[in-house]
Ligand binder design. Structure first.
Ligand SMILES: Cc1ncc(C[n+]2csc(CCOP(=O)(O)OP(=O)(O)O)c2C)c(N)n1
Ligand SMILES: [Mg+2]
Length: 590
């Protein structure tokens, strides 16, 4: 067997159904091997390695299998770094295969030579060069085990071309795959003995408990366990940006999004007021804590934490209880261990209080989302999206880039009964992810419509993948937030009290024309009526389509970002919503 066939056989043995990638001079033997097994494993050709990586990342986030992508030597590897770093930082199992120069050319001035195994070391759990073809099976096993077990993460394998073309006697190596590591999390770990009892001791003494669902809840697919436990204990649940979707949108105990970006004021208030906060699968980093200034009522000795990574436990403040383990497993243990004397009717007043705050917020939000305006107000865009989504009723995957989409979607999304999965890449928050992520999302589950939301800055970084959407007939619904600028950065200039924003404006893309040139169906929306009609048509369109939505710039009005509102002298916890303006009076450059 050729090394390349061994490699593909191992991928098949691990249940890999799809690999994403971009070819190069060094990857031809691998592509030939893929071609020989085309009935068993698909290859999705991306137009940029960054996109291939974002596809693999989204595929893993929205399913239960690791994502695999490939790139060629040199430039291809360099382009693959951003998405691999994001996957690793977000605990998403992604395996990158760099099909590299042959070992025999090492150190002899070959074009594209680069020590890729070293390049990826700081952004992966494991990055190694495979030095001989007979080492491929065991290295692949280590790769899947490392990516999927413990805190999931990224793996990089540098595979020289002469390893791919070498002959191996298949009888001399074992091609077995560890069944536990075909999906993730592999080898789920439970809580240490006594931890569940300790949790109930804390809960019994609490009058205002709260659970925070972080991205780890989604990674562990612990949503059902969380829902069952929260319901059984009558404990309200808030989530972080990446924890969105942990509970169904209309769950009575789902109290919204906490933190800085796109937070709900009632959710942040709940964190201020709770006397016991159980964080599940959250790093509790800068966004959740608004750069460690929130909540004002310190979480020291108010918090308990469940995390797969013991390095996160107690990292933000002193915990009352720290449990190292897999989110779903620990929550299920808690569910099994509910003390008999713990009735379901506890904390009723607390829950009612949070429900009142939430109702007050949504009352206000309904008014704000109905406001007219040209260019369109982002709140209106999400409001129309909510309406059109619920009219359509079909399950979606929401892929959301930084800029206008992240804060406005998180704050104003109303799913109702519509099931949704989310990809909001927040380890690095790169632009240009949502559009390619639509391809990975669709590969993960073609029953769910991928809906990607991105700014025009983002769009221009990923626009080449429109061709991929059309070629593969991915029924993505793309929402381009067109404001002719890097709006988020413009807002940061404005926050410093002057109007002279430097290096942030560009020409508005002609989104509809661009999309149509690639073969997508497309609309331009400048008014609420145009937007409503285009959204309904888009939901009824079976193929890929794009809405070029002309929105107000975040440089013109403050977005729902806690730290920005605070800096502008507004009360970020106010439930009564009003338009907030940037401060004025400081000369540019001062
Ligand atoms: C790859 C990358 N480069 C730069 C940034 C910094 N950045 C964060 S938001 C933003 C502006 C985004 O502009 P756009 O996509 O048009 O969205 P808008 O803010 O205008 O809604 C930039 C440049 C980033 N997040 N990712
Ligand atoms: Mg923009």
């Amino acid at each position: 067997m050729l090394g390349a066939d061994l490699l593909v056989q191992m991928l098949i043995n691990y249940g890999v159904e799809v690999v994403f990638g971009v070819p190069g001079d060094t990857s031809v033997p691998y592509y030939e091997a893929l071609q020989r097994r085309a009935g068993e494993i698909r290859h999705v050709l991306a137009r940029d390695e960054r996109s291939a990586g974002s596809m693999a990342d989204a595929y893993a986030r929205l399913g239960d299998k690791p994502g695999v992508f490939d790139c060629p030597s040199g430039a291809g590897a360099l382009y693959s770094l951003p998405p691999l770093a994001e996957a690793n930082g977000s605990a998403v199992p992604v395996i990158l295969l760099t099909l590299d120069l042959p070992l025999k050319s090492e150190g002899r001035g070959a074009l594209t030579e680069l020590e890729t195994a070293r390049l990826f070391e700081p952004v992966t759990k494991m990055s190694v060069q495979v030095k001989a073809a007979h080492k491929l099976p065991e290295t692949l096993r280590r790769a899947f085990r490392t990516a999927c077990a413990g805190r999931p993460g990224a793996v990089h394998l540098q595979i020289p071309k002469d390893v791919l073309t070498a002959e191996v006697d298949p009888a001399a190596v074992s091609l077995h795959a560890e069944p536990e590591c075909r999906t993730f999390p592999a080898y789920r770990a439970g809580a240490a003995p006594g931890a569940v009892r300790d949790w109930y001791r804390l809960l019994a003494a609490s009058r205002q408990p709260l659970i925070v669902a972080g991205g780890g809840v989604n990674r562990s697919r612990a949503g059902a366990a969380l829902e069952a436990l929260a319901t059984r204990l009558n404990v309200p649940v808030v989530c972080t940006l990446t924890g969105q979707g942990a509970l169904p949108g209309n769950h009575p105990l789902a109290m919204g999004v906490i933190g800085d970006n796109g937070y709900h004021p009632h959710a942040n208030r709940a964190l201020e007021e709770a006397d016991l906060v159980l964080f599940v699968g959250s790093r509790i980093g800068s966004v959740v804590t608004v750069d460690w200034t929130f909540p004002g009522n310190s979480l020291h000795r108010r918090a308990a934490q469940i995390d797969i990574d013991p390095g996160h436990l107690g990292n933000a403040f002193e915990n009352r209880l720290a449990i190292a383990g897999d989110a779903r497993t620990v929550l299920e243990q808690m569910l099994e261990g509910v003390p008999a004397d713990l009735g379901p009717a506890r904390h009723r007043g607390w829950v009612r209080h949070l429900e009142d705050d939430r109702a007050r917020f949504w009352d206000q939000a309904g008014r704000v989302m109905a406001l007219d305006g040209e260019p369109l107000r982002p709140e209106r865009v999400i409001g129309e999206f909510n309406r059109s989504l619920q009219r359509c009723g079909r399950a979606v995957h929401l892929l959301v880039d930084p800029g206008t989409p992240t804060p406005y979607l998180s704050r104003f999304l109303r799913l109702g009964d519509v099931p949704a999965g989310f990809v909001i890449t927040r380890a690095f928050g790169a632009l240009g992810v949502a559009l390619p992520a639509a391809v990975g999302a669709w590969q993960a589950d073609p029953r769910r419509r991928p809906v990607a939301m991105f700014g025009d800055g983002s769009f221009n970084m990923a626009v080449g993948e429109l061709e991929t959407l059309v070629r593969l007939e991915v029924p993505a619904l793309l929402m381009l937030f067109n404001n002719a600028c890097f709006g988020w950065i413009k807002g940061l200039h404005r926050l410093r009290g002057h109007d002279a924003c430097f290096g942030v404006d560009f020409l508005p893309p002609r989104g509809q024309a661009i999309a149509e040139a690639f073969g997508l169906k497309a609309w331009t929306a400048r008014t609420p009526a145009q937007l409503a009609a285009a959204l309904d048509e888009a939901f009824d369109t079976p193929g890929p389509c794009l809405l070029d939505i002309h929105v107000e710039s975040m440089g013109d009005r403050l977005p729902p970002v806690f730290s920005w509102l605070r800096k502008a002298g507004e009360d970020p916890l106010a439930l009564d919503l009003r338009d907030a303006r940037y401060p004025r009076g400081r000369p540019a450059g001062a």
